[in-house]
Design a protein around this ligand. Structure first.
Ligand code: B12
Length: 214
């Protein structure tokens, strides 16, 4: 990691918002890879999360961290869009939302964005999405893939419940279901009944590529 990259991670982790946003802006203007800048933000978020867990940070810091990431993300995203050559042909439909009880959406928004620029028609139905809403949207939008996002441990139960309800509604055979956000792994995948899990936005794209033949 370069000196400046390390500095960006520290500014975010230390809640120095103005300096973080300005440094990110300068790096992007000078041609830094926007994916790399987003990755540095993610790394900083890990430190923020650890400090929150140890009692050094409280909710206001989590909120500020979320705001910083959104600001930097808003600067990085148009550059990624430029790189991918703009509008691609639509390969298939993906429905995505954060499961009920969970309000985290920064990771989901990055996944939505990456799927979009990689050619999928994505419908993002937001945060704290009730089980019934997923079912209604599957019926109306007819996606090939459903993505469930959630950061909290309790979101694993919401994911399980949502997938169970999709099955009870007779729709399970029509969609592939992927989960992500937080500490998902193979155990969580098995627990929730999803078809696959992904730990980052590119994993979501790869899963869709495997399931939807363009
Ligand atoms: C920012 C943040 C918030 C913000 C969220 C703002 C927003 N708009 O999202 C706010 C302040 C609202 C918040 C609130 C809370 N938070 Co919070 N928050 C975080 C923090 C610091 C960063 C999360 C984040 O956005 N990371 C950045 C993204 C980009 O991360 P990412 O994981 O790399 O995202 C990738 C993957 O997850 C994946 N992905 C995501 N979704 C999907 C979906 C699919 C289908 C796939 C394939 C992949 C995929 O792709 C993404 C992009 O590559 C984390 C700490 C941490 N370590 O992450 C805590 C954390 C998640 N929060 C936590 C807690 C406890 C809370 C609160 C309960 C606090 C409180 N006491 O009120 C509330 C809960 C509110 C609720 N009901 O949801 C805990 C969760 C603990 C747990 N295991 O349950 C964490 C881990 C902090 C900690 N260490 O204690 N939080």
């Amino acid at each position: 990691m370069s000196e400046r990259e390390r500095e960006l991670v520290s500014f975010i982790a230390d809640m120095r918002e103005e300096e973080a946003v300005e440094l990110a802006r300068a790096m992007l203007e000078e041609g830094a890879d926007p994916f790399r800048v987003l990755e540095l933000c993610r790394e900083a978020m890990e430190t923020v999360g650890a400090r929150f867990q140890s009692g050094e940070y409280f909710l206001p810091e989590l909120i500020l961290a979320g705001e910083m990431l959104e600001k930097i993300g808003a600067m990085a995203k148009p550059l990624i869009q430029g790189k991918s050559g703009g509008e691609a042909k639509r390969l298939g439909r993906v429905l995505i939302g954060t499961v009920h009880g969970d309000l985290h959406d920064i990771g989901k928004n990055i996944v939505t964005f990456m799927l979009d620029i990689n050619g999928y028609e994505v419908k993002d139905i937001g945060i704290d999405v009730p089980t019934q809403k997923f079912i209604e949207e599957i019926r109306a939008f007819r996606p090939s893939v459903v993505g469930l996002s959630g950061f909290l441990t309790l979101a694993f139960d919401s994911m399980k419940e949502t997938i169970g309800a999709i099955a009870a509604a007779g729709l399970r055979d029509q969609v592939k279901i992927m989960i992500g956000g937080g500490q998902v792994d193979e155990t969580v995948r098995g627990y929730t009944g999803a078809d696959a899990f992904g730990t980052n936005a590119m994993a979501a794209v790869s899963l869709c590529r495997g399931w939807i033949r363009g």
